[in-house]
Design a protein around this ligand. Sequence first.
Ligand SMILES: C[S@@+](CC[C@H](N)C(=O)[O-])C[C@H]1O[C@@H](n2cnc3c(N)ncnc32)[C@H](O)[C@@H]1O
Length: 313
Amino acid sequence: MDELLKTLKAVAEPSRLRLLALCAEGEFTVSELVQILGQSQPRVSRHLKLLCDAGLLQKLREGSWMLYRFAPEKGAADIADLLLSRIPEKDPTFAMDRKRLRKVLADRSKAAEVYFNQTADHWDEIRGLHVEDAEVENAITQNLYSGPIEKFLDIGTGTGRILELIAPHAKSADGIDLSQEMLAIARANLDQASLKNCQIRQGDMYQLPFGDNQYDAACIHQVMHFADEPNRVIGEAARVLRPGGKLVVVDFAPHDMEDLRNTYHHRRLGFSDGEFVHWFQRNGLSFKSPQHLPGGQITVAIWTGIKAIPKGG
Ligand SMILES: C[S@@+](CC[C@H](N)C(=O)[O-])C[C@H]1O[C@@H](n2cnc3c(N)ncnc32)[C@H](O)[C@@H]1O
């Protein structure tokens, strides 16, 4: 009874109902929500706190930013969904909020684009060294998708490309990356693609911000060559996979382009299949036949591992 009343009280106020409706459309910083609502920051922060306390919104730290998103706890989920379905689309206040929300999203895309354009040459140059992206993406989808995926994790998500690829086949998809700039680009891309089942957050592949045995599938695409300790990265990925879950790692086969080390800070000039056999075995993953995609100066390799199911499990 107390919990129910707390939820009802939290939403029984116009600004808070507006905030709930806005946060159901994505993840927003306080300043973005201030811009949309046209109210003072302390006031908006107070409303957000009440909504979080009532278990309707969730607060996520990302570097110096604090992001709010709609993530109702179990007890509040039904009421929250019902309320959202009753929001009068044509009500002038909600219509204005949606208009301002679109402007915030457009500003985000613009800022992300500026950063991306500064680094785009690097990406294009690396892409030019191997087979077409479409061929790699097709192979990733085939390796990952052997049946419906409940929960998918993209480790080192960058611009969110792998999330865009896999999210349509998954019930929910999470992405983590260390770089706030990359996450800003990913957020803009996912907004543009209207992928509402994706969530991204700042996180380190050496210390994933998730509990054990949660994901059906995970991908590490073009991230391992930056890793000082690949075995630890595989260990973390294996930890968050459920028994029977699948890890797909995509990177380069061994090559001698020393320039990638000097110019683009690659730690490793590719990996052998044997290294992955070893890392997978050490971390309780069975090694499936690797796939190699030659066709450029560098061969792209795909290594797939399946997390062992405990005996009797
Ligand atoms: C070449 S990008 C690949 C991005 C994405 N997987 C893709 O293929 O489009 C490498 C990404 O790894 C991220 N990264 C590097 N070290 C990381 C770490 N320790 N934890 C999480 N992400 C990391 C970088 O910020 C960058 O976004």
